[in-house]
Design a protein around this ligand. Structure first.
Ligand code: NAD
Length: 452
């Protein structure tokens, strides 16, 4: 099939490359010309394991192309995917400016019957809005062209995006047009070979499914974070409790990890957008309100522990904190809403120096920190180290914000010798507290009995 993909971010680039890999001719468009230049030179603007090889392979095979030109992109295919960003507005609602701009650009150019498939996460009712915009554009030039809008929300996880796309748990297709549904079924057949994964539904239900799924996962995380804080008070260990709870097949082990609160480009904004949608319709989502409140306080948890250790935030000035991990989770360079950045913000406010190390997200994190805190502050208080060991040199304590594999089994004797205050603040519960303590280190995890 011929496919056009609008937006070459985490979702668009992965979708485009995976569709191309099973034999489709895919043209990806982005309005960011720098991204398109990089891609046309065979370079990948984001870090996602396996993506560079997949893109380069399919470009070489002539199945994957990139453009910044809407004329070429719309002429290429009658199956067009929307994968542009839907960032949060001030009031929490999803900002549809990128979607609507892309849709107008398509509506102005389209010449033949077209299926527009929305993969971006958008509020319920957006497909109808998109349809109206297209009709306006067609009407403005007196054109009569059949147009269908399908909702096909994406569930991939950054860091495992290719694996998730190639072997999805389910493929949600919201459509009221049997012809469009049949095309979607054919397109996804290679990703659904052993058992049927396509879940068909109406468009509004598909749009709500995406928010429902992310809200449910955020619920599990906030629930465990709250339980972790209670476990700490009661002298229990949330890691043992997690294993006990998660082994029940009705519950399952995923998304039960206590930590520094959920972050990333999806959960925070999607929870907010769902709350806004329900408020707009005069309905309370009380559980989700609580999920958000718990998350907001959990994002400060490591800072609070560090401040308590030094007997107050006012004692932190001049201290140096080694920080392992900047991305919001491992195997990605994405730092959007990363708990690490919230922690750094609080450490900066306490005039505390940060020596950070991340295997891939350093450049992106520095860019965001410069934007949020300014050059002068970053110059004085922030240093990027080029290894985990270098970040620890001369530091008072170590904080861990991302569970990258290379942090899982560190040399604790080295840490005990290098850290001036011999303390580890583990925001991801990577270690066995007793084992760490056996090196003379003080260990502070999340939801684990306070150190002796
Ligand atoms: P992203 O910010 O990484 O990429 C969006 C891309 O769209 C950017 O490259 C941007 O330049 C481009 N763009 C913006 N306006 C455009 C326009 N008018 N025309 C063409 N290109 C335009 O975003 P993302 O993380 O890939 O997310 C995209 C959507 O998918 C969002 O709605 C998000 O909520 C959803 N989603 C994301 C993930 C994820 O893990 N990142 C997972 C599932 C769903």
């Amino acid at each position: 099939m011929k496919i056009t993909v609008i937006g070459t971010g985490y979702v668009g680039l992965v979708s485009g490359a995976c569709f191309a890999d099973v034999g489709n001719a895919v043209l990806c468009l982005d309005t960011d010309e720098r991204k398109i230049e990089l891609l046309n030179a065979g370079r990948i603007p984001i870090f996602e394991p396996g993506l560079d090889a997949l893109v380069v392979h399919n470009m070489a095979a002539g199945r994957l192309m990139f453009t910044a030109d809407y004329d070429t992109a719309v002429a290429h295919a009658d199956l067009i995917f929307l994968c542009v960003g839907t960032p949060p507005e001030e009031d929490g609602s999803a900002d549809l400016a990128h979607i609507l701009s892309a849709v107008r650009n398509i509506g102005r150019r389209v010449q033949r019957p077209t299926i527009l498939v929305n993969k971006s996460t958008v509020p319920v009712g957006t497909a109808e809005r998109v349809k109206r915009v297209i009709e306006e554009e067609l009407g403005a030039r007196g054109a009569h062209i059949d147009f269908t809008v399908v909702s096909n929300p994406e569930f991939l996880k950054e860091g495992a995006a290719i694996e998730n796309f190639m072997r999805p748990d389910r493929i949600v297709v919201g459509s009221d047009d049997p012809h469009a549904t049949a095309i979607m079924r054919r397109l996804y057949a290679p990703f659904s070979r052993n058992h049927e994964k396509l879940v068909e539904m109406d468009v509004r239900s598909a749009e709500l499914t995406k928010y429902g799924a992310n809200a449910m996962l955020a619920t599990r995380i906030s629930f465990m974070n709250e339980l972790a804080n209670l476990a700490e008070t009661l002298g229990a260990d949330i890691e043992q409790v997690r294993r006990g709870i998660g082994s029940d097949p009705r519950i399952g082990p995923d998304y039960l990890y206590a930590g520094m609160g959920y972050g990333g480009s999806c959960f925070p904004k999607d929870v907010k957008a769902l709350l806004k949608t329900s408020a707009d319709h005069g309905q309370d989502l009380r559980i989700l309100d609580a999920i958000e409140a718990v998350n907001a306080s959990q994002r400060n948890i490591l800072f609070k522990k560090i401040a308590r250790f030094f007997k107050g935030a006012d004692q932190l000035a001049g201290k140096t904190i080694a920080l392992w991990g900047l991305s919001f989770k491992p195997n990605t360079d994405d730092v959007r809403e990363a708990p690490s950045l919230a922690l750094i913000g609080e450490l900066f406010a306490a005039n505390c120096r940060v020596q950070a190390y991340d295997p891939v997200a350093g450049i992106e994190a520095r860019r965001v920190l410069l934007r949020e805190h300014g050059e002068a502050r970053c110059q004085t208080l922030f240093r990027m180290a080029n290894s985990a060991a270098a970040a620890v040199e001369g530091a008072d304590v170590l904080a861990i914000a991302t569970e990258w594999k290379e942090f899982r089994s560190p040399d604790f004797s080295f840490l005990a010798a290098a850290l001036r205050h011999r303390a580890i603040f583990d925001g991801r519960n990577l270690y066995d507290p007793q084992f760490v303590a056996s090196f003379g280190l003080v260990y502070h995890g999340i939801g684990r009995a306070a150190p002796m």
